[in-house]
Design a protein around this ligand. Structure first.
Ligand SMILES: NC(=O)C1=CN([C@@H]2O[C@H](COP(=O)(O)OP(=O)(O)OC[C@H]3O[C@@H](n4cnc5c(N)ncnc54)[C@H](OP(=O)(O)O)[C@@H]3O)[C@@H](O)[C@H]2O)C=CC1
Ligand SMILES: O=C(O)[C@@H]1CCC=N1
Length: 266
């Protein structure tokens, strides 16, 4: 197996770190390249044992998968690097938001099989949610699905579902982090030090996540379990429900989805 990452940034490193830590792919089977930040790439070679190369012919030779992990706006440059050396058997796996399969095939200049995947940075701790869309000619889908299962839960959404999943779970962690940031600021307002506010919020979120991973009850049930009659939670929730939280979240996701659509207008 040879998996080559064009791009070694946040998302690519979350994926290859997840794969290596889980043991699904050996570090020696992973090749990474970047645009100009050789220091960061070499750090991954040192810490994980992956191969680093800037020789495009060597990178593309005999590759089973090439993962397109640059920003969407850098894809044209990446395609230029790959096009002269791309072999027909190599499957292209794109993590780029909003770039359609047809565009990838056109810019690659060859009709290679393509899968679009939309993971999130929780891949680093093997807890990503991965949307997947395959081109019609993509064979042995199970191999890719299995590889991706090493860093998260897979949902095959088809290309029409990619904009939605990009908003919901690709960008999703950032929306949640933003909420946690506000939570920590509010704890500071209550009088906690900045350090304690961060620590309390972080542990609250970790503990809640762990509970969710272990208990099958609905969100509503788990909330109800905490809410004593005429107690503190009820008082807080009464105030919280005065705000249009769901509308805020829907609008946030709508903007992210629309940007994903816009990115595809190339
Ligand atoms: N971050 C996230 O949470 C998620 C991101 N994505 C998608 O992943 C992609 C990457 O995002 P992210 O990892 O955050 O971005 P980063 O900026 O962290 O990484 C981008 C990487 O692409 C490299 N690159 C740029 N141009 C080229 C080139 N011509 N040849 C080879 N490598 C190149 C950069 O190299 P250098 O450092 O040298 O410039 C860098 O390693 C995006 O398309 C995004 O839509 C998808 C899901 C979630
Ligand atoms: O912000 C972005 O465009 C990428 C896609 C999903 C998460 N990060």
């Amino acid at each position: 197996m040879k998996i080559v990452f064009f791009g070694a940034g946040n998302m690519a490193s979350a994926i290859f770190t997840g794969m290596i830590e889980k043991g699904t792919v050996k570090a020696e089977d992973i090749y990474i390249t970047s645009k100009s930040n050789r220091v960061a790439a070499m750090e991954f070679k040192e810490s994980l044992g992956v191969n680093v190369s800037y020789d495009d012919a060597e990178l593309c030779k005999d590759a089973d998968y090439i993962v397109l992990a640059s920003k969407p706006q850098n894809f044209t440059d990446v395609a230029e690097r790959i096009r002269p050396y791309l072999e027909k058997k190599t499957k292209l796996i794109s993590v780029m938001a909003g770039i359609h399969i047809a565009t990838i095939q056109e810019e690659a200049g060859m009709e290679n099989a393509v899968a679009r995947i939309m993971p999130n940075t929780n891949a680093m701790v093997q807890y990503s949610v991965n949307g997947i869309a395959f081109s019609d000619d993509f064979d042995n889908k199970d191999e890719l699905i299995e590889l991706m299962a090493s860093f998260g839960k897979n949902v095959v959404v088809g290309e029409e579902g990619m904009d939605n999943i990009t908003a919901a779970t690709g960008s999703g962690p950032a929306f949640l982090y933003y909420i946690y940031e506000q939570y920590a600021k509010s704890l500071e307002e209550l009088g906690f030090s900045k350090e304690d506010a961060e620590k309390l919020t972080r542990n609250l979120v970790i503990g809640t996540g762990k509970t969710l991973s272990e208990r099958p009850e609905s969100f509503e049930q788990l909330r109800t379990d905490i809410t004593s009659k005429a107690g503190t939670t009820e008082a807080g929730l009464d105030t919280l429900s005065e705000f249009k939280l769901q509308e805020m979240i829907s609008k946030t996701l709508g903007s992210a989805r629309d940007r994903s659509k816009k990115l595809s207008e190339r």
